[in-house]
Design a protein around this ligand. Structure first.
Ligand SMILES: CSC[C@H]1O[C@@H](n2cnc3c(O)ncnc32)[C@H](O)[C@@H]1O
Ligand SMILES: [Zn+2]
Length: 426
């Protein structure tokens, strides 16, 4: 049995919304087995956590890991121009090795911002699964599906193969979920097929929803209803749904979502940068909707820094609602931790006995934690990714003093630079 003992820990108790001081935390295999004021045991590794703050490793609730090669390649464009004129033509040329290395780079960025779980939608997900397994983090890997320009059936064959080969692989760290890309890239028949497949997997489905005004207007023209209602009418909301963006929801749709097992994912940077708009976060929280938070891909953000996302997501919301009390730090932290565990179905996002041992450590000596007035505020408003020193996922230390132990960061940067040059000449 592998045992890690964290000594003298201050940790974020997300359920009680407070910092607990002076505890020892014992990790046995991949779980937190004991939290107590003093644990004396011969562990394989003892980490002195005085001067550190432990938080549940974060969940990046929506990203496209494989998009890093298109970082800073197509900026200052709205979603439709960005996708149709810039991104999709480049994606047509991506090889699965490109996607592997681009994903590895994103994984490194995620690890460095304290993320232990990613919810990723892309393709070549067999190679992305390999990368997740090698890196030591967790991934809900969702194969993005479309049929409007053909190839829908081949993608289904690939999805079924992916599920057979990778679902619950990497000691249970990888889950495979179907992801109809959106209502504007999938026909009604295809959406229904994918819902049936999702029901035969774990009953979970992932999609982009109500991201732009155009999506809503086109849906009204084509289906005489709004996007969330359209999907609900098809029966999608009888599944567990993880829905990225949810920017342009009507009040009626917010009520509908609050009654269903739907997790909207807040992607503030991407929504701001692509001029998509601003999601009604305050209204959704008031209706008790469980939200996640995500970076989206590195071509629309343009990074994978979830801590920056938490900061922006909170403060911008206050300006948009003209209400400084809206979306306080603790709510943003819940999106990245507690709700992350709920929306992925991993028993993580919380530091309690029996939860999975997924923990990030921050350096409390860093400037942003000084003075120590309110550590919950500090996590959202005054700290950044550079303050995350260590990351434990599944009971294994995968980053120590900011050095990633599982994969070779320099080699990954080298490969991404080399392959991007080749890609742009193709
Ligand atoms: C078929 S895999 C996923 C697909 O989604 C594209 N994508 C990236 N960001 C967004 C976004 O904000 N809205 C819609 N689609 C997006 C990505 O380029 C892939 O083609
Ligand atoms: Zn997306």
């Amino acid at each position: 049995m592998n045992m890690i003992l964290l000594k003298n820990v201050s940790y974020l108790n997300i359920e009680k919304e407070k910092i607990e001081d002076n505890y020892d935390i014992l990790i046995e295999n991949n779980k937190i087995s004991k939290i107590s004021s003093k644990i004396d045991i011969k562990a394989d590794k003892i980490i002195d956590c005085s001067g550190k703050l432990a938080v549940p490793a974060y969940t990046n609730g929506h990203t496209h890991l494989g998009m890093t090669m298109m970082r800073n390649l197509a900026d200052d464009l709205d979603l439709n121009t960005w996708l149709n004129e810039k991104i999709w033509p480049v994606e047509d040329k991506l090889t699965s090795e490109d996607i592997y290395w681009a994903s590895m780079l994103s994984i490194v960025e995620n690890i460095k911002s304290g993320v232990g779980t990613v919810y990723d939608m892309y393709y070549s997900m067999d190679r992305v699964s390999d990368g997740i397994i090698e890196s030591g983090i967790r991934g809900v890997l969702t194969r993005g599906m479309m049929d409007i320009s053909g190839g829908g059936d081949e993608r289904i064959d690939e999805l079924l193969e992916l599920y057979k080969n990778y679902h619950n692989s990497g000691n249970g760290r990888v889950k495979i979920v179907p992801a109809p890309h959106s209502i504007y890239t999938c026909s009604k028949e295809y959406l229904i097929k994918l819902m049936d497949i999702a029901a035969s997997f774990d009953g979970v489905i992932n999609t982009h929803l109500s991201e732009t005004k155009k999506e809503v207007e086109d849906c009204l023209k084509e289906h005489s209803t709004t996007p969330a209602k359209y999907l609900n009418d098809l029966g999608m909301f009888d599944l567990k749904v993880v829905a990225a963006h949810c920017v342009h929801l009507t009040d009626e749709e917010i009520d509908l979502i609050s009654e269903k097992d739907v997790y909207p994912i807040y992607n503030p940077s991407s929504n701001l940068k692509l001029a998509s708009g601003f999601a009604p976060i305050d209204e959704m929280l008031k209706k008790g909707i469980k939200l996640g938070i995500g970076t989206d891909g590195s071509s629309s953000n343009n990074n994978q820094d979830l801590i920056e996302e938490m900061h922006i997501g909170s403060i911008v919301n206050k300006a948009v609602t003209l209400d400084a009390t809206s979306v306080p730090a603790i709510e943003i932290l819940k999106m990245a931790t507690l709700n992350g565990g709920k929306l992925t179905g991993f028993n993580n996002g919380i530091i309690v006995e029996n939860a999975l041992a997924d923990i990030a450590l921050y350096d409390l000596n860093a400037l942003g934690f000084t003075p120590k007035n309110n550590m919950i505020s500090a996590l959202c408003y005054s700290t950044n990714s550079n303050y995350v020193t260590d990351l434990i996922v599944d009971g294994k230390v995968i980053m120590e003093n900011r050095e990633i132990l599982t994969v070779d960061e320099e080699k990954i940067k080298y490969e991404v630079n080399r392959l991007t040059e080749k890609l742009l000449k193709r």
